[in-house]
Write a protein that binds this ligand. Structure first.
Ligand code: PEP
Length: 251
């Protein structure tokens, strides 16, 4: 049995005060959902305030990006040991917005994942096709290529604990959600790829989130699919009530 993981990607929203306020408002509504993992992903400068506000609760903190070197002359970058010292347990890598606007490639994502493992953080590795790729019947090819590149040379025992997020780009921030059947089809393909690369045991352990316009009113049906093990949530994670309803989807 895989444990569901519901994560909020706050993108470039909410300063430190607003981030801490959101966590404080969230705590009472999600505290009884101890059978799922709850994660929030603030901007870098809000991480200390969020970690402090979430101390002693069931809410873990994710960064939205990292660099793969431990330190050095890399102006504007943040190293994984710094994220660890700040209290992050997870880091999102390869989000489509980073691929699209900041030149993130599968090779870079792979280096970031390696660095995260080296320091004991869990990567949330994102993948997903563009609308034109789906329409051209290339979804499987795109997602498989992304994942083969992102997971390259990672040992099976590391991959076992990785969180993958399938996020069709056409569904992110658009209000256009993949149907549960469409999402399940791709999740099953990803699971099959994991079987091929790492064997059934590892493939069965990896959690695969769906992301793309997840809301309180569609989360239950999505989570009901065999290979969907959680959600990566953008817009609906910015309000305590809507994110709590997603976290508490089983209640
Ligand atoms: C995301 O940012 O990963 C995302 C899925 O956004 P939204 O839920 O707003 O589509």
């Amino acid at each position: 049995m895989r444990r569901y993981i519901l994560a909020g990607n706050w993108k470039m929203h909410l300063d430190a005060q607003a981030s801490a306020d959101l966590v404080k408002a969230l705590i009472p509504s999600v505290k009884d959902s101890t059978d799922v993992d709850v994660v929030v992903g603030p901007v870098f400068t809000s991480i200390p305030a969020v970690v402090e506000a979430a101390q002693g609760t069931n809410i873990a903190v994710a960064a939205q990006n990292c660099y793969w070197e431990d330190s050095g002359a890399f102006t504007g970058e943040i190293a994984v040991p710094m994220l660890k010292a700040a209290g992050c347990a997870y880091c999102i890598v390869g989000h489509s917005e980073r691929r699209q606007f900041f030149g993130e490639t599968d090779e870079k994502i792979n280096k970031k994942a390696q660095a995260l493992y080296k320091h004991g953080l869990t990567p949330i590795v994102c993948c997903g096709e563009l609308l034109e790729e789906r329409e051209a019947g290339k979804t499987t090819q795109v997602v498989e290529t992304q994942l083969r590149g992102c997971l390259k040379d990672l040992p099976a025992d590391k991959v076992r604990t990785t969180v993958l997020a399938y996020e069709p780009v056409w569904a992110i921030g658009t209000g256009k959600v993949a149907t549960p059947a469409q999402a399940q089809e791709v999740h099953a393909t990803i699971r099959a790829l994991l079987v091929e690369l790492y064997g059934q045991d590892v493939a069965d352990a990896v959690r695969i989130q769906y992301g793309g316009s997840v809301k309180a009113d569609n989360v239950k049906e999505l989570m009901g699919q065999t290979d969907i093990d959680g959600a990566l949530v953008g817009g609906a994670a910015l309000k305590p009530d809507s994110f709590a309803a997603i976290v508490n989807f089983q209640k």
